[in-house]
Design a protein around this ligand. Structure first.
Ligand code: ADE
Length: 273
């Protein structure tokens, strides 16, 4: 997969040299190109922003540096054989970045990120490239960052770990919170490793039992507990048919009841464990 990032803070992307993403790069699984937007400015101050039309606070990033930078990144990518680019525009006004979107992006061969500072990029830039390639405007959460670079790191890490061969164990993301499949919409429960005793704290007996069925059930029950406490919306969103008899039992213990339409479960009142 090829990644291009155009930014006024190339050094902000240094973490892409570290850990999982760094190793994927070293192995040639990720081909990362970070570009300094100011390389496409020609005035003494390397200006990339200007005042907004219509007035208002803050500054807007100018069309020309972005247009030239993106054309150059595209030309370079095509020249080296990359195909099928998509533009990923981090913005608090974008669609929520989810595991599902991470999977979708991980299936694309070439992602071009345009992290903005200030009040964002002149809209014509996004509209222009939307005529040439799919554009994903994505938000990593309901808060406003000072710029999109941290969002690029978040999206890149979520996408890179899904690429074939990047995680050591292909099954590692099967049980991820938010992974598609049986555990869909449940958060992962707690995990333990050696030593078996630490500061007077043991580990749940069942994990030592060697009984795979019981362990799987315990993990699912714990996932329900954690999801009910931290993300009740995920349980409310589930269809009742997604739950087996044991699931219904644990949900009932946690204070959840099926609704009249039989489709969704609702928590009648907050339950403390
Ligand atoms: N830029 C500023 N805030 C952001 C957010 N929440 N998500 C993505 N990009 C952003």
């Amino acid at each position: 997969m090829r990644l291009d990032v155009v930014t006024i803070f190339p050094e902000y992307l240094e973490p892409l040299n570290v850990s999982l993403v760094g190793k994927a790069r070293a192995r040639g699984q990720l081909d990362v190109h970070v570009h300094d937007l100011r390389d496409w400015t020609y005035d003494r101050h390397n200006t990339v922003d200007d005042t907004p039309y219509g007035g208002g606070p803050g500054m807007v990033m100018k069309t020309d540096p972005w247009g030239e930078a993106l054309d150059a990144a595209l030309a370079d990518g095509y020249e080296s054989g990359a195909r099928g680019p998509v533009l990923v525009v981090p913005t608090p006004s974008g669609r929520p970045f989810t595991q599902e979107l991470a999977v979708e992006l991980s299936e694309r061969p070439w992602l071009i990120f345009t992290p903005a500072r200030y009040e964002g990029i002149d809209r014509r830039v996004i509209d222009e490239y939307a005529t040439r390639m799919p554009v994903y405007e994505v938000s990593i959460g309901d808060y406003v960052l000072a710029g999109g670079e941290a969002a690029v790191l978040v999206v890149t890490e979520a996408v890179a770990r899904l690429l074939p061969g990047v995680l050591g164990n292909a099954e590692s993301h099967r049980d991820d919170s938010f992974a598609p499949g049986e555990m869909a919409n449940l958060l992962e429960g707690p995990v333990y490793t050696k030593p078996p005793q630490w500061r007077g704290r043991g580990i749940p007996e069942v994990l030592l039992s060697g009984h795979h069925g019981k362990i799987a059930r315990w993990r699912r029950d714990e996932a329900f507990r954690r999801t009910a406490r931290n993300r009740p919306d995920l349980i409310e969103r589930c269809e009742a048919s997604a739950f087996d008899k044991k699931d219904r039992e644990i949900l009932s213990i946690l204070g959840w009841k099926p609704t009249a339409d039989g489709r969704f479960w609702r928590r009648p009142q907050a339950v403390e464990e």
